[in-house]
Design a protein around this ligand. Structure first.
Ligand SMILES: [Zn+2]
Ligand SMILES: [Zn+2]
Length: 450
């Protein structure tokens, strides 16, 4: 079939563009199977079906078109827009990521010299900008696995490119998680490999800052990972407990409230050491962190994560207290106030958590009591006033605060509630009470109660 010309569409290709707009997956599939449909056909503006699908935010369509061989880097559009640019303009993060994974070139510019990231930023689609800026194609690392110029050997041993790429593309920037990833990989977890890796990270960081389309986000991320690697080396060479010592230091909470002071200071120091002091991103970070007292919110970790990954709100989703992994659902069975991915994460944290577990338990019980009072109050309200019973779960952490409008409580009711609660609490802790050691705790992570 001849290469597609702008605006020369068969009847079925015209239909294809129409059904893509309607989001009709079935019809799209049928038409893509037709011999009269070219997947990279061009409408009168030079837009391919993939560009249409990306611009309209139709994820299923984009996937299907790519499966059928759509060219993600087609650049026939009259203003030089690519599918990635359309994805960024649409504000759909998933489609933006899909285009990148399909090999979309991030450096291509449109007819007025703007990249996809710049265009997305121009229309205020900052989530898409973050996705584009955080994306680091494997080739970027692979470049260093071949000797360049007069080098006798490559800066990065090829076997390290894979594990390093995994780390670079992570969205969980928790220092403990990164150290865990290093520790898990025998190729990485030694001084020489870590040295090579951090130097490559530093080189990529420099490149990100010096390229025409400067990428501060990726530069900061590379610098941050480099700092962690350098600290790993320090612990590997100077400490008997090696990287476990680093993890312990990162997790150790202070006496008063268990806040991990070393971790906070370490992340602040990483940010401060970013070598390009004039960048907007660095100045923003410093402005957000500098006035915050150690132990208050926001933590340096949350500020950095938000700047780099665009993730906001550590409230709705549950993150592992140890490693920051999303979707953690195992709760400490004593205090019910901390959540972990699994028993391993709990064991790692226990040496410091045990000092505050009881205090947290008291906090939890107070919250429970408040919640129970609130529930009773709701039940006692006349039927027509009742709100729909969304979640009567007593262990839900997001119980509404006591409504100040109903502050007065019947003291006898309160006493009864309290008594009932104390009984319940003693049931929960029996067997795990006393001076619980690691052994006692080891088997006691349990599923978060639904
Ligand atoms: Zn974890
Ligand atoms: Zn606990």
């Amino acid at each position: 079939m001849a290469p597609p010309k702008k605006g020369e569409l068969t009847q079925e290709e015209k239909e294809l563009l129409e059904v893509i707009g309607q989001g009709n997956v079935q019809e799209t599939g049928r038409l893509l199977g037709s011999k009269n449909v070219r997947v990279n056909c061009l409408d009168e503006h030079g837009m391919t079906p993939l560009m249409h699908a990306a611009y309209k935010g139709k994820m299923d369509m984009c996937r299907m078109l790519l499966r059928h061989g759509a060219n993600v880097n087609c650049n026939e559009h009259e203003h030089g827009y690519t599918a990635l640019m359309f994805a960024g303009l649409s504000g759909n993060k998933e489609i933006t990521r899909l285009m990148l994974e399909a090999g979309a070139d991030t450096d291509v510019v449109n007819s007025v010299g703007r990249t996809a990231a710049q265009m997305a930023a121009f229309v205020g689609q900052h989530d898409c900008v973050t996705v584009i800026n955080n994306f680091c194609p494997r080739e970027r690392l692979d470049y260093y696995t071949k000797p360049q110029g007069l080098e006798k050997e490559p800066r990065l041993p090829p076997k390290l490119a894979g594990p390093l790429h995994k780390m670079v593309t992570t969205t969980n920037l928790h220092p403990v998680k990164i150290v865990m990833l290093v520790k898990e990989n025998p190729l990485l977890a030694e001084e020489d490999a870590l040295k090579k890796c951090y130097r490559v990270m530093d080189l990529i960081c420099e490149k990100c800052m010096k390229q025409r389309d400067m990428n501060e986000v990726l530069a900061m991320k590379m610098h941050y990972i480099s700092c962690i690697f350098q600290k790993c080396i320090k612990f590997l060479t100077e400490r008997e407990d090696k990287m476990d010592g680093f993890i312990k230091s990162l997790l150790k909470g202070r006496e008063t409230d268990g806040f991990p002071v070393y971790q906070e200071k370490f992340i602040r120091e990483c940010i401060r050491k970013f070598p390009y002091c004039e960048t907007t991103l660095l100045q923003q970070l410093v402005r957000s962190i500098a006035p915050v007292e150690i132990g208050s919110d926001p933590t340096a970790f949350s500020v950095l994560t938000q700047a780099i990954t665009g993730q906001v709100g550590f409230v709705d989703v549950e993150f592992c207290t140890t490693c920051g992994e999303k979707g953690a659902n195992k709760r400490c069975s004593v205090c019910k106030m901390v959540i972990y991915c699994n028993q391993d994460c709990q064991k790692i944290h226990w040496f410091t958590h045990k000092k505050v577990c009881k205090v947290l338990k008291a906090v939890y019980e107070k919250q429970e009591l408040e919640a129970a009072k609130e529930k009773k109050r709701q039940e006692e309200r006349p039927a027509q006033e009742k709100e729909p019973d969304v979640d009567s779960n007593p262990s839900n952490e997001e119980q509404p605060e006591t409504d100040p409008g109903h502050a007065e409580e019947d003291p006898t009711d309160l006493a009864q509630e309290e008594k009932a609660h104390v009984e319940e609490a003693s049931q929960i802790t029996s067997g795990a009470g006393g001076d619980t050691g690691l052994q006692g705790m080891a088997g006691s992570v349990k599923e978060a109660e639904e």
